[in-house]
Every structure is written in C-alpha cells, then in structure tokens.
Design a protein around this ligand. Structure first.
Ligand code: NAD
Length: 411
C-alpha cells in the first residue's frame, strides 16, 4: 500500500464513524493542487543533473496550505500528497488556521555538496513560486532540510519578489525572522504528548524506558526533553544503525558524538533498527521515516506505548494489531503537531513583525498540545472502542467539514 492509499484508508475509516457523506469523503481524498517540477542543477563538475520535485496542496478551506519540504531519494508524488493530507488533519486537530501542504525533492542530499544543495533549493523554490506565498502556501523543514535550507528558500522567494518576505517559510534562522523555540518544537510537542499519554495510562514517566528510532531534529529534541522530564532513554538509532544502554544514554553526549562521527553507531553497544523496534520498553518512539512498523514486524513490538513522532510510521493494518498489543498508540497528527504549531507562531510573528520570547512560545505550545490531547481523550471515550487515530481524525474532520459547509462549493 502506498502512503496515499494508506491516508485514504484512514480517512474512510474515520469518516464512516461519523457518517460523513460519500461525496464529502471523495472531495477530501483529492488534493486541491499538485505541481510536479523539473529541477536542473549544475553540479560542481560542470554537468547538469535533473531532479524531480513536488508541491502538493491538499485542502485549503481553513487557511493557507502549510507543510514541510523533504529531500529524500524515495520521495514520490503519492507520498507527498499523503503527507499534505495528514497536514490538513494535523492543523485542524490543533485548531490552527492552515490547510495541508507538503513538498519533496527526489534526491539523496548526502551525495550533494553544500553549493549543489543551495542551487537545487533555489531552483526548486523558483519552480514552485507560482503556487506558494505567505498568504497561499508556506513551506517548512522536513527530512534532510533545515534552517539553512529555509534561509535559501526565503532569500530566493524574496529576491524574485523584490522585497523581503519572511512569512514565506517557517523554520528559518531566528536572525531572519524565525521563532525562538521552533527547532525544538516538534520534539517538545512529542515529549508533552508522551507525558500526557503516560499519565492517561497510569505510567510513571520518571524512569520509564524509552527507545527512539531516528536522531535528527525530532528524535534528538524528543530524547532531550523526555530525559529532562525524568525518562530513561535506553536506545536510539539513525539510518546507519542503533545503540543501546539500559542504564540510560546521556542525550547531549550522544549528540556530540553524532556531530563528530556522523552517526550514533559506536557510542554504545550496537543494535539494528529492527531490534530497536522490538525492544521491551515502556515507550517506543519511531521518529525517522514512514512505514517502519508493518504486518511483518508488528507482532514483535513489545512496548507498552508507541508514540508516532515520524509521519506515518505504522501501516493501517499493523496499527489495528498494535492497538490491541499496546496500551496506547498515539497518532502522528497529534504527537508531532508541535512543529506546525510553532510554525504558526513564527508566521504570526513574521506578519506582525513583533517577536515573542521563548517562555511565551513554549507556554502557548504546551496549552495547545495539552488541549488537543484532552479533546482526543474525550472523543475516544465518547465513541467507546475506536483507535486513538480515529478519535484525533474525527476532531479534525469535523472542523474541516464545518469550514467546507460554511464556505460551500464554488460556483
Ligand atoms: P531529520 O532529517 O532531522 O532526521 C531524520 C533522522 O532519521 C536521522 O537521524 C536519520 O539518520 C534517520 N533515518 C533516516 N532514514 C532512516 C532509516 N531508514 N532507519 C532509521 N533511521 C533513519 O528529520 P526530522 O525533521 O527529525 O524528521 C523525522 C520525522 O519526523 C519525519 O517523518 C518527519 O516527516 C517528521 N516530522 C518532522 C517535523 C519537523 O519539524 N522537523 C515535524 C513533524 C513531523
């Protein structure tokens, strides 16, 4: 099943629970707009290499499209559309006035020099310029794109416009109109939701054992903030493999090690990514790529709770089984929404040209995440036996459908 089919399956299941009309479900399955672009890049050796890029805008009834851009060799149009759809639900769930968007370039960024990456980024943004804008569609970082990528995107868009437009992207460096607390926001949100989820199932977060797949932006900040909350991070991995220490990994030392060596591998006793997913831990957090828990390995997952920090790490088939094996499976659209929430704060600050301090950013993030978790619990209790994802989806769907009804179909 490709990610788009997976997203449609999730939509159909939740829509059925609230008796959504078939034509509305059809409306929501089809993205508003998808742009596929050619990205020719002059490589350092003088030769031209062609890359493909996509920007999908799923549903804009609640506001401008919002979503990251990922650089990955496996990017496909279906994946980008699915990710845009998940962004629609995520923004609605945490009740921020955005619709879902997503972008991707089919490239292995590790094979490009910094100059080549800059040229690729600038050409990609120029190619999708007709459909983006601070009031239209606002990109952000995702897998293998970062603050520097956002700075190049903002500069390229601004140079083409003839004036500086900080609100065109979020996740920028603070010096260019980025928000304090944005880089840690997704991980902080994951940690807040993990803490609330632990409370909900009567698990003491202090000394709870945690395994995290992925040690990039989301994995690192999740690990660091959970460690501060008293949890014991016992296993971490990245694309090259994982490490385990049952006494607890010192997250900052691991980060320093990864900066020096390019991977977590070698820091402690080694384990594979597959072994990490099957560890007997209190909390398992997939924070890397999609589809890592599937029908062939779901029966081996032994965690009490799984928190989807990555987008789509559990296939729908596996999720049903996992829901029976685990006490709580927290869906991505809630768990990793902290990033888009602080992106929203960044956009608001850019439009107002008035910047908040870290205390305000983290306080407002905490309020929104905790509220969304409580709403999800309420719907879950209201419906009896449904997946946690369905509870989250029902809240999101109700908001999107209400906006659609109020706006109506043009003409
Ligand atoms: P990142 O590029 O900073 O880090 C990705 C990490 O995953 C790296 O440690 C990488 O080594 C690891 N990885 C890649 N392929 C792997 C594999 N096959 N097996 C194990 N590990 C692998 O990306 P990120 O921003 O941390 O994003 C991680 C996930 O979180 C993605 O699914 C992304 O869509 C999602 N997400 C990110 C944000 C954000 O604000 N950055 C917001 C919401 C959701």
């Amino acid at each position: 099943m490709n990610p788009y089919e997976m997203a449609c399956r999730q939509l159909e299941r939740s829509a059925e629970l609230i008796d959504l009309k078939e034509d509305v479900v059809e409306y929501l399955k089809v993205p508003d707009r998808v742009l596929k672009v050619k990205i020719p890049v002059k490589m350092d050796n003088g030769r031209i290499k062609i890359f493909l890029g996509y920007r999908a805008q799923h549903c804009g009834v609640r506001g401008p499209y919002k979503g990251g851009v990922r650089y990955h060799p496996d990017v496909t149009m279906e994946e980008v559309i699915a990710l845009a759809m998940w962004m629609t639900w995520k923004c609605a769930l945490v009740n921020i006035p955005f619709g879902g968007g997503k972008g991707g370039v089919r490239v292995n960024p590790k094979e490009l020099s910094k100059n080549e990456l800059e040229r690729l980024t600038r050409r990609f943004i120029t190619a999708i310029m007709p459909i983006i804008g601070a009031e239209r569609d606002i990109p952000a970082p995702d897998i293998y794109t970062d603050e520097q990528t956002m700075a190049w995107m903002m500069d390229t868009y601004s140079v083409n416009k003839g004036y500086t437009v900080p609100g065109i992207v979020t996740g920028k460096p603070v010096e260019l109109g980025g928000s304090v607390g944005r880089s840690s926001a997704t991980g902080r949100g994951v940690a807040i939701i993990t803490r609330e989820s632990a409370k909900a199932i009567g698990m003491n977060l202090k000394d709870a054992s945690v395994a995290i797949q992925g040690f990039g932006n989301v994995g690192y900040w999740t690990a660091k903030i959970l460690e501060e909350m008293g949890a014991r991070i016992i296993a971490v991995s990245d694309s090259k493999g994982g490490v385990v220490d049952y006494d607890g990994i010192d997250v900052n030392s691991l980060k320093e090690y990864k900066v020096r060596h390019g991977s977590v591998v070698g820091f402690a006793e080694e384990i594979s990514n597959e072994e990490l997913l099957e560890m007997k831990v209190d909390i398992l957090i997939p924070a890397a790529i999609g589809g890592v828990i599937h029908r062939d390995n779901v029966d081996k997952v032994k965690a009490r709770m799984v928190v989807e920090a990555a987008n789509g790490p559990i296939t729908p088939e596996a999720e049903k089984k996992l829901d029976k094996r685990c006490e709580l499976v927290v869906p991505d659209i809630l768990a990793n929404a902290g990033g888009v929430v602080v992106s929203y704060f960044e956009w608001v600050q850019d439009l107002e040209r008035y910047f908040w301090d870290l205390e305000r950013v983290n306080k407002e993030l905490e309020r929104i995440m905790v509220n969304a978790f409580r709403e999800m619990m309420k719907v879950k209790n209201e419906f009896g036996y449904i997946l946690w994802r369905d509870a989250a989806m029902i809240i999101a769907l109700r908001r999107v459908v209400k906006a659609l009804e109020l706006r109506g179909i043009f003409p």
